[in-house]
Design a binder for this molecule. Sequence first.
Ligand code: ADP
Ligand code: MG
Length: 732
Amino acid sequence: MSGNAARRKAIEGIATLTKTPSSFCYKSEKVEDIYGINVFSLEKMQKTLPKAIFKNLKDVIENGGKLDSTMADVVASAMKDWALARGATHYAHVFYPLTGSTAEKHDSFYEPEGSGAAARTLAGFSGKTLIQGEPDASSFPNGGLRATFEARGYTVWDVTSPAFIIDGAHGATLCIPTAFVSWKGDALDKKTPLLRSMQALHRQAKRILKLFGHSDPGFLAATAGPEQEYFLIDSRLYHLRPDLYTCGRTLFGAKPARGQEFEDQYFGTIPERILAFMQEVEHDAFKLGIPLKTRHNEVAPGQYEVAPIFETANVAHDHQQLTMTIIKKVARKHGLVALLAEKPFAGVNGSGKHLNWSLGSAKVGNLLDPGETPHDNAQFLTFATAVIRAVSLHQGVLRAFVASAGNDHRLGANEAPPAIISVYLGDQLAGVFEQLSAKGTATTAKKGGLLNVGVDVLPPLAKDAGDRNRTSPFAFTGNKFEFRAVGSAFSIAGPLFLLNTIVADSLEYFADVLEKETKGAPAKLNAALQKLFKEVLTEHGKVIFNGNGYSEEWQQEAAKRGLLNLKSTPEALPQVTEKAVIEAFKRQGVLSKTELESREELSYEAYVNTIRSESKLTLEIARTQIYPAANRYISELALARSSAADAGVEFKDGLLERVAKLTADLSAALLALEKIREDLKAGTDAHKNAIFAHAKVIPAQEKVREIADALEELVSDELWPLPSYQELLYLR
Ligand code: ADP
Ligand code: MG
């Protein structure tokens, strides 16, 4: 099929779509009956495991206790029985390599026993297989952590995240969450540092709570609630866009006649076909015990959001990875394709993943809740100040951890937070912190009433006293911080373990100072806190900003304050191995210098690989699809013009000239891009390559796109090969 025939056929299919697939209905099936049925939960363990073993596992999961590995055989056997009863034939260690994706290798439970006519097949699954696996590590990126001849890597059972079952068309697979480490013990994945960082945060937060008189606070876990934005487009149109199915985002496309300027998408009525999709996503998630809570239309046409109820960070991470998988899988079932890329369409809103973060335990509650009692206010202010200090000290690496070729299209583009990392507190809290900074103590809060940091009488902070601000990359939103610069395609593990680590490091600093000043005397805490707040906020108050993050003035103001403004990935990435970062990660025992270096290296490689493939595809599509269409149109116009001339009519619209000029420009731009790409050599210095890709390749590629998009607005629709933005964003 040539020209727009394929498009027409796709559109016809969408227009005549009548039914959405459905395999369940809540009228006959209750959520409570399916919730968690595919999870080997604590409840199921309690039913099937001997008391002592269950007690140990529960302690590990809830209190960060030490795992007694001698009981593995018993657990494995119970897990296997449960999985077989639910139709499993295979098991898989699931892990999270540095690519940010999810990896799994399946093995059958069944092994033959005996030989000849007496042979039988038996399902077996030992404790050793549960605890440890050995996938070939050499095919996963490691950023120089491992020479290729040292291919060994191990997956290790993570008890803190429950095993679960994934249903397939013909049976199920038991999935065991694991950490992935090299033979030397280096973290080859995203889970290992996340688990290490959870421990570090607990250790330091516990010291602070002790000063406030909590001697037994339980395991102080980081909590996370990620909000996922995504686009849905019809699968038929998707398959006519090589840029979408290869790169996950469009490399061409003129702006649609109707964009998001009407602002009628956000929270609009969810179309029936989309709602059916969302319900099935939730259904799959519920079976896996993923607490999805919110669903709605987002700002751009074709854009949506889903958010869960927050959980312990490690589990929230595993559930987020699963949620992304489910979204993609279910979309296919509904004839749709989910785009998780940060900027699938130029000129319309991109997608992010707001990462809500806090810390606490069942015993002491949420430590970032301003609280109802004075005592808790002082404690809250201590934790909040520690976060502010951490963000100020580590603004560079926070920016670097959300850097990618995809997210570069979004950050700082007046739709997402700017590349400058600052903290939004809201008017009321900002007022409190201003006073703390000046005097170490705050005596007024905006809504009146007294506010003091110590053990004196303080009124509770009204939780919603602060306004909302969508332009801040790091906002305090009532009882948690919300890191909004994370890209929609990202694994949340990196941002999570970074936050855990830098906050743990800040808390360690606080604990050191306060323990020394008070020498165990609670009466001295108030004065010590006042001194500490004043000192810390004088130095780090610069990172607090409550204004409009999209404004030009903020760029200037931030520069005056000495805040970093790292606009692109190659500019941001060196921050990963800044001295202060290496030291903080080392102190907290989360990543070694080499482990950090490997991550920086890999991020450069990923960046260059993205630009390399996107620019290659830009060349290909422009040359083999757009350029021929433009040329055909030139012939058509020329022929029409001469026919008209024969009839004595002269065309004065200049269309032929415009199309011909653009086509000639396109040809030149393609040559330029082709030439520049030759210098993007593989295997050379990754940082230099990334800088070159950013400075030279991207502009050359954008030039091609600019011309092609201008042609799209002129060339006959009948000849245009690619589905338009209109079709992609509005047809469903
Ligand atoms: P909004 O950001 O629009 O105010 P919500 O208040 O619903 O939305 O919160 C967004 C996300 O923040 C949800 O996933 C929610 O569960 C999560 N969240 C709420 N409290 C915490 C917390 N203490 N720690 C981590 N995440 C939290
Ligand atoms: Mg939010």
